[in-house]
Design a protein around this ligand. Structure first.
Ligand SMILES: NC(=O)c1ccc[n+]([C@@H]2O[C@H](COP(=O)([O-])OP(=O)(O)OC[C@H]3O[C@@H](n4cnc5c(N)ncnc54)[C@H](OP(=O)(O)O)[C@@H]3O)[C@@H](O)[C@H]2O)c1
Length: 191
């Protein structure tokens, strides 16, 4: 069965972006960027791959499908990327966006839990939950693994990693890796 994996960058106070969608305060470093490009090449947007040194035809390693809420999709769209992860099957949840003419991307307004259960029952690589916090909060019950890139910065305010009403949910740390900027990537499996 495929896993639903929420892979996301978070501040120490649990925010995935500032109040206005800012994300430039997460301190990056070369060793972490190279590791991400190598380990999770799927997460490098298709149109940025060449600049990042990720060959355009790099095979997917972990995920072949990505789920985004409108809030996660719109920054790329505003920058001209209507199909930001063209190398993945993309589902964007929205009740307001018009359909887009992109074969690899579907705008959906179905129940996210139902769609995830349907996808999990299909063959394939795991499913990347890109965010944002609103969509992630609705999918807590279906998340099998969290991969949090935790940066040593307090955002002060912003968009929580998961929002909405859900019960306390236990996870077990299975792996942790630290980089030269002090950021830690931690893998948490549902306990
Ligand atoms: N740090 C990171 O790694 C990372 C990763 C991803 C995103 N982000 C940031 O997260 C922010 C967005 O997060 P967010 O929590 O504000 O929003 P979000 O979860 O991305 O999107 C919320 C929107 O998705 C749609 N939606 C949610 N549930 C739905 C459902 N059940 N059916 C249909 N549509 C549904 C609605 O759009 P409509 O109003 O159109 O109906 C809703 O307004 C952005 O600033 C982004 O940059 C950060």
């Amino acid at each position: 069965m495929r896993n639903l994996v929420y892979y996301v960058a978070v501040s120490l106070d649990g925010f995935i972006a500032g109040p206005h969608g800012e994300f430039d305060f997460y301190p990056m470093c070369d060793d972490m960027s190279s590791w991400i490009d190598e380990r999770y090449p799927e997460t490098v947007p298709t149109h940025l791959r060449e600049n990042a040194g990720v060959p355009i035809d790099t095979p997917n390693r972990t995920w072949d499908t990505v789920l985004m809420g409108r809030g996660a999709y719109e920054p790329g769209l505003a920058a001209g990327a209507a199909s930001p992860y063209h190398h993945l099957k993309q589902y964007v949840f929205s009740r307001t966006l018009a359909p887009v003419d992109e074969p690899q991307l579907e705008i959906v307004d179905t129940d996210p839990v139902e769609l995830v259960r349907k996808l999990k029952a299909q063959e394939g690589l795991d499913i990347w939950l890109c965010g944002g916090g609103n969509l992630a909060g609705q999918l807590v019950g279906e998340i099998d693994r969290l991969i949090f890139k935790s940066y040593p910065v307090l955002a002060g305010d912003g968009i929580p990693a998961l929002s909405g009403n859900f019960a306390p949910t236990q996870f077990t740390v299975t792996r942790r890796r630290e980089f030269s900027n002090g950021a830690q990537v931690t893998w948490f499996d549902r306990a």
